[in-house]
Design a protein around this ligand. Sequence first.
Ligand SMILES: Nc1ncnc2c1ncn2[C@@H]1O[C@H](COP(=O)(O)OP(=O)(O)OP(=O)(O)O)[C@@H](O)[C@H]1O
Ligand SMILES: [Mg+2]
Ligand SMILES: [Zn+2]
Length: 545
Amino acid sequence: MTRLPGRSPAGPAPAPASEPSPGPPAQVLAPTPGPAEPPRAAADLRAAAAGPLAQRLSAKYLEEHCLLPLAIASSGELVVAAGTPLDPTVIDELCWTFERPVRLVDAPAAEIHAAILSAQAEVPPEVQASDLRGSDLVVLADEEETIDDLRALANQAPVIKLVNVLILEALRARASDIHLEAGADGLRVRYRIDGVLQEISHPPRQYQAAVISRVKVMAGLNIAERRLAQDGRIRLRLSDRELDVRVSITPSLHGESVVLRILDRGAGVRDLTELGMPSRLLEEFEHLIRQPHGIILVTGPTGSGKTTTLYGALDRLNQPAVKIVTVEDPVEYQVAGVTQIPVNPKIGLTFAAALRSILRHDPDIIMVGEMRDRETAEIAIQAALTGHLVFSTLHTNDAPSGVTRMVDMGIEPYLVAATVLGILGQRLVRMVCDSCAEDFQPPPDVVTQAAAGQPDIPKPRFRRGRGCDACSGTGYRGRTGVYELMRMTEEQRALVVKHAPLAEVRALAQGQGMAPLRAAGWAKACAGITTLEEVLRVTRDEVLG
Ligand SMILES: Nc1ncnc2c1ncn2[C@@H]1O[C@H](COP(=O)(O)OP(=O)(O)OP(=O)(O)O)[C@@H](O)[C@H]1O
Ligand SMILES: [Mg+2]
Ligand SMILES: [Zn+2]
């Protein structure tokens, strides 16, 4: 690292033990040698030092490398004034931090230092005096100090408390995820409740680095690593509940962003009858999972309830005479009598590797958390062809696309046709809050639009939630599933083998009685269980027709 000879490290925070009052501007500026340079350039540097680009780096870092980000050029490059030749690693850091190429322009070193100091002097005293020193934490060159600093900050009582409160509040609000997002104006906290993000709070900017460091400490992650993504977990006990929190940290433009996913291990498996499947579909699905071998797929976007459905199915099949093995990432529910294997790509235990190994354990039923790649799909097919029942999921919009996805992954259409027994497509919709529900007649044009092409439901009873304490004013509480089930009939197999386009596969499935997702949602809205908006929200990405 390049260092300026003879400079003492001077962070923007005042020397904590120093004086009762933080230094006024004149005092701070005093030590800087200031040869008079063209005034415009000096003013520009000062403006840049106080500007948003420079604020993203700590004053200490700027000083140490004698640089100042000035502007973003129209070409997209970050223009940086440098007073000394920059070390390539510093240039890399800048590129990475600002996510763009860097162009260097020369500037007098003294001017740069003066500008940095003047900007510090403008920081309001209460921020300077703050024990959090958030603005000092974005990027620092001296790793040793950084770690100690961050660790000390992360262990301060207010920070510990803030993070604990965020987690406890999330549990109280039944949130599944906590999002801590670094923005230009500080940290934004949002909870995902019933699948929808809700803004919770905006802790002051100076807490940002400390909060993120605290999460890292809790998750056993490398506190000094701020440029790469990191994943970890936190295990918590809350009275008798054991919680597993998955932590994922990603660098972003304004600092690191964190997502905490709360897995409630104590929550039991939901029975298939509790998912919201209409009785006819439930019967068909129960019939499907009783087949001796083949592949059953559940499709839908992230968080659409796929894993929950698979567990409901496995739970039905879980008997002493049946050996069930799962490969998951991560294991979300623990089920007695089932062998569950968490994948661990870090040590080479991928879905494919785990699957290959469990086949040697001679299971009857295999559940593969997700078919992400061709290799996994191929082994699943082999397993199905050799007499196993295989359950898995795919991230596709609807059931018919499950077929095309497998073909796109490189599986021969005839193998798909020979092994897949059926595909369940699904979504979750929020349910109207029972505590504040009222009957409601949506505008006729909305109904007409939503009803187009849907089965006729004689006396729809639409409801909506007015918003109350029980639903935090949202009008919704809890969720239920919306499903479409495509069975692989002989005709369907013939279509798949000849590589028919998706539209044809879909049309045949509907012709053979599959009520598509939107129709299933329409039925739930007409029954007042959910709203039309909700159905449109979760099915809007569906290709209609
Ligand atoms: N039928 C349902 N009714 C109500 N809530 C449900 C239902 N199915 C799942 N959930 C809830 O929705 C959340 C997401 O479910 P799940 O993890 O099964 O989704 P997923 O599709 O497997 O997600 P991912 O794509 O992340 O693997 C869980 O909190 C689960 O308890
Ligand atoms: Mg899942
Ligand atoms: Zn309510």
